[in-house]
Design a protein around this ligand. Structure first.
Ligand code: GTP
Length: 334
């Protein structure tokens, strides 16, 4: 089975982290999101993965020098300009000659979904497109899907106004598509699968959906990226966990690290306190500083306190400074 994984987005909502690292290359529990995602695809029978690249393609190519990831053969399709989700799927699928049923995954979603079960469901229902669904408390920020008893999609509404959602089931970002879907996607311009292609397939009664209660998280926002990491050190993710402090991190013996993920290539000085946080390669945490619910790639000065903040590779908190709910550098910069 072949798959296309969408990894070409700019990752605006995860700035400033994505100024230096494209979102799917960010680590969750010391392993990149893309590697975790592909590992799950391979577990469900995928053998060949095409990365639909656009924004910052180089880190993906450099990360897998032998052209494989988690046992899957990797292929790369780099768009000359962003084509949005459907445009990217068509561009990538045609670049590698996909002409049969294939899997598509958003490159920022982590899930334990059994891909082979999704493919079986798709085939047994004779669907042209099958979406994986997850139930959430507040579906208004997502593509919301209403289905019949047999799983046929009745309505697909992208980001409906709060209170108007037709169900609490959302598009979880993994699909099985027939190659015929490619012919529905106009070429040479941006096309959204959520806003254009799926509604057209739904209108013809050829879209099905498969709801599960598997672990699922969209890592595309800072609080969710943090949560995806902390889920692996808190035991919330059944069957998957990671060490909090990587053996190649430098943590002073008097520093305290609690419920946090500390990457290789970080430095935590004496008497620092790091709680419910993620430190990424390059982070330096000053003596006596205190961090909570934050993600850091940059420099935290001695004696600083940092709460609920995101500090990118070029970001810094001065010695003795106290900040909360901030992002540095400012994500509003172009
Ligand atoms: P935001 O800017 O924060 O919305 O993030 P994003 O750019 O990643 O967009 P979004 O989360 O909506 O995208 C869902 C998935 O599609 C992600 O895995 C993106 O990498 C991918 N994606 C979005 N737009 C494009 C595109 O134009 N080309 C390609 N190849 N992938 C895309």
């Amino acid at each position: 089975m072949r798959a296309v994984v969408l990894v070409g987005g700019i990752g605006t909502r995860l700035r400033p982290l994505t100024y230096s690292v494209p979102k799917p290359m960010l680590p969750v529990g010391h392993v990149s999101i893309i590697e975790r995602l592909i590992t799950n695809l391979v577990g469900g029978g995928v053998t060949d993965v095409t990365l639909a690249l656009g924004f910052k393609p180089e880190p993906f190519i450099e990360a897998f020098p032998d052209g494989t990831c988690a046992g899957a053969q990797l292929r790369y399709a780099v768009e000359p300009e962003p084509l949005d989700t459907a445009g990217a799927i068509r561009f990538a699928a045609e670049a590698v000659g996909i002409d049969d049923t294939f899997v598509v995954a958003n490159g920022d979603v982590l899930t334990d979904l059994d891909i082979s079960a999704l493919v079986d469901f798709h085939r047994s229902h004779g669907a042209e497109a099958t979406l994986h669904l997850i139930a959430v408390d507040d579906p208004s920020a997502f593509g919301v899907v209403a289905i019949d008893d047999d799983g046929r999609v009745r309505r697909f509404v992208e980001k409906p106004a709060a209170g108007t959602e037709p169900s609490n089931l959302i598009n979880a970002g993994t699909y099985v598509l027939e190659a015929s879907v490619l012919g529905r996607i106009p070429t040479g311009r941006k096309v959204s699968i959520e806003r254009s292609t799926f509604p057209a397939i739904v209108a013809e009664g050829l879209a099905y959906a498969y709801a599960t209660d598997d672990y699922w998280i969209d890592t595309g926002m800072p609080d969710l990226y943090l949560a995806a990491n902390l889920d692996l050190v808190s035991g919330r993710r059944s069957g998957q966990s990671c060490v909090g402090v990587h053996p190649a991190a430098s943590v002073h013996p008097t520093a305290l690290v609690e419920r946090s993920v500390v990457a290789a290539g970080t430095c935590v000085a004496n008497d620092a306190r790091v709680v419910d946080s993620v430190l990424l390669a390059g982070a330096t945490i000053g003596a006596g500083s205190c961090l909570s619910r934050s993600v850091v790639m940059g420099r935290i000065g001695a004696g600083a306190t940092v709460h609920d903040s995101v500090i990118g590779a070029d970001g810094a908190v001065a010695d003795g400074e106290h900040i909360a709910h901030q992002r540095r550098p400012d994500p509003a910069r172009p």
